[in-house]
Design a binder for this molecule. Structure first.
Ligand SMILES: Cc1ncc(COP(=O)(O)O)c(C=O)c1O
Length: 291
């Protein structure tokens, strides 16, 4: 089941005015939209579980941050929230228990000066195997230093842009190496993030994730996971991490909105132990989120 909402924009001011649910099978995007021709836009993907859109406010905040980094008009959170919730309602009414809702803002049709926006909801694939048995990852050099966000902000490291061709190519490289997913490493040797996920390690009895000022996305799922972990008595921290930290970590996970928590069961072909019990508790806690 697919559901689409288009965002309406005022032609004079470019401000978002509301949304309309439209036929999900009809064409809606112009071939000259800068999303299609340049990947020039931003997006978020939130998960829908049992009728609730998870971490919606954190996704809206990150959407606004990405818009600022790309000099796009500030997305009106009320308009986008209403569109996402309308899609969630339609999916839930259609019997969808686990779904995803992607919302996209582009620079619009070339020359028009008005953005394009939409939200798209669909059913999630079954991630049970990834969540329980885990994923095999490879470490791949991203080719940027860890201080890239500071030295070269035009590279948009840390913005959630539509230009994911590189991230997709990295996953294909992982498949060529017999793995399922990727952990990017900076050219100066720091662990970064997956192409669509955040790294979390259990290190010396605390949960650790890479610092977010090193050109990576601040993960909404990792944020909620750390809130839960702190309630459970875990210490948490944001640090500069290296492959040696991954080697000595008691457990490692890639976490993201739709797949949730996937334990890492091999790195560059070397098997790792999966903490099945803690992973199950993490996924249950994320499922139980009420917002
Ligand atoms: C590059 C990147 N890092 C991290 C994440 C995880 O973020 P979230 O937990 O908000 O889904 C994503 C999500 O797709 C991503 O694309």
């Amino acid at each position: 089941m697919n559901v689409v909402a288009l965002i309406d924009f005022d032609a004079a001011t470019g401000a978002a005015t509301g949304h309309r649910l439209v036929d999900a099978d009809a064409p809606h995007l112009r071939v000259t939209d800068l999303a299609a021709t340049r990947g020039d836009g931003i997006f978020e993907t939130a998960s829908l579980v049992a009728g609730r859109v998870q971490a919606l406010e954190a996704h809206l905040v990150r959407f606004q941050q990405s818009a600022r980094m790309l000099d796009l008009p500030d997305p009106d959170a009320d308009v986008w929230r209403a569109a996402v919730l309308a899609i969630a309602e339609a999916l839930t009414a259609g019997g969808v228990e686990e779904g995803s809702i992607k919302f996209v803002l582009t620079r619009g049709v070339e020359g028009a000066g008005i953005p394009t926006g939409w939200a798209f909801g669909t059913v999630s694939p079954d991630f049970t195997a990834d969540r329980t048995q885990g994923v095999r990852i490879v470490l791949l050099d991203r080719g940027y230093r860890h201080d890239v966000a500071e030295t070269s902000p035009w590279l948009l490291a840390g913005a959630k842009t539509l230009s994911y061709a590189v991230n997709r190519a990295a996953v294909r490289e992982a498949a060529r190496r017999g793995a399922d997913d990727v952990l990017f490493v900076s050219s100066d040797g720091y662990l970064l993030e997956g192409p669509t996920s955040t790294l979390v390690l259990r290190l010396d009895a605390r949960l650790v994730t890479p610092r977010v000022d090193i050109g990576i996305l601040a993960g909404t799922t990792q944020g909620d996971l750390f809130t839960w972990a702190e309630q459970e008595g875990f210490a948490t921290s944001y640090e500069l991490l290296t492959p040696a930290d991954l080697d000595r970590a008691e457990a490692a996970w890639l976490v993201s909105s739709v797949r949730h928590v996937a334990p890492v069961r091999a790195v560059d072909g070397v098997p790792r132990t999966v903490d099945a019990e803690l992973t199950a508790r993490m996924n249950a806690a994320l499922d139980a989120r009420t917002r």
